[in-house]
Design a protein around this ligand. Structure first.
Ligand code: HEC
Ligand code: HEC
Length: 213
């Protein structure tokens, strides 16, 4: 009996050791992959994206969106839509046509992990009107509160974009594009909202968002 249990114990011990060695190998290859994908994202960002969106997603002009803290899944989907032409942009399409779906995921993770910067409001009074629209919508014209989907702090969800801290000019441009059905890759949810915003409401909510952090 004794002679039989010993080798069995040894076999067990060896197999546990073998398994943990295997786990270690799997874990370290996952780490290596993550490092690779981050290095790939850095290479792409430093190669082209930084010119407009900045190294850390703090873009250089109000017409280029800030990307710091944006959700990776949302961003990867937008990049794929630019590549396929589902979301039209003569600026962005050539930026992504030679990139892969894995690159989009890596870029999404890269920008999501950057720290968004806090910005001062240009026109605090206008932003107060925007705050009302954001929190309560316009019950008289049937505009839904932005907060009901994008969250009370404008942080969004993995499927829904973060809109807090965005350049007012970019937000205005997108709301107009949704309204004119020039941005059509979202199943028309935002079209229904943007088409009911007055010019004042559109400018006010964009101003308010730019100061959120
Ligand atoms: C020459 C300037 C320029 C460069 C370089 C550039 N972009 Fe853009 N990017 C833009 C503009 C302009 C838009 C807005 C286009 C639109 O209206 O859809 C945009 C939009 C985006 C969006 C959509 C953001 C959102 O909130 O929906 C993402 C994501 C993005 N860019 C990522 C990238 C990545 C990644 C790279 C590098 C591969 C890159 N961009 C390079 C100008 C640029
Ligand atoms: C019913 C849910 C819902 C409500 C309410 C809503 N949104 Fe959206 N919004 C979305 C979805 C979904 C998207 C993503 C569209 C896509 O995938 O392209 C979006 C996208 C956006 C974008 C594009 C962001 C970017 O980075 O390009 C802006 C800007 C925006 N919403 C602003 C607003 C504002 C302002 C309001 C309030 C007046 C509002 N939204 C209310 C669901 C909503």
């Amino acid at each position: 009996m004794k002679a039989a249990t010993f080798p069995l114990g040894l076999v067990r011990a060896l197999s546990v050791f073998g398994l943990s060695l295997l786990n270690l190998l799997i874990a370290s290859s996952a780490v290596a992959q993550a490092v690779d994908s981050n290095a790939r994202a850095e290479e792409i960002v430093q190669g082209k994206c930084f010119i407009c969106h900045g190294i850390d997603g703090e873009s250089s002009s109000p017409v280029f969106p800030r990307l710091a803290g944006q959700h990776s899944a949302y961003m990867a989907r937008q990049l794929a839509d630019y590549r396929s032409g589902k979301r039209k942009s003569t600026t962005m399409q050539p930026m992504v046509e030679d990139l892969s779906t894995e690159d989009f995921a890596a870029l999404g993770r890269y920008f999501e992990s950057r720290q968004p910067v806090k910005h001062e409001l240009g026109d605090p009074e206008l932003a107060q009107v925007g705050r009302f629209i954001f929190m309560r919508g316009n019950p008289f014209s049937g505009v839904a509160a932005c907060a009901s989907c994008h969250g009370e702090r404008g942080y969004g969800t993995p499927q829904l974009p973060r809109i807090a801290g965005q350049h007012a000019q970019y937000t205005e441009n997108q709301l107009k594009a949704f309204n004119k059905r020039e941005r059509t890759n979202d199943n028309a949810v935002m079209h229904a909202i943007a088409s009911k915003l007055s010019e004042l409401e559109l400018k006010a909510v964009s101003a308010y968002l730019s100061g959120m952090n």
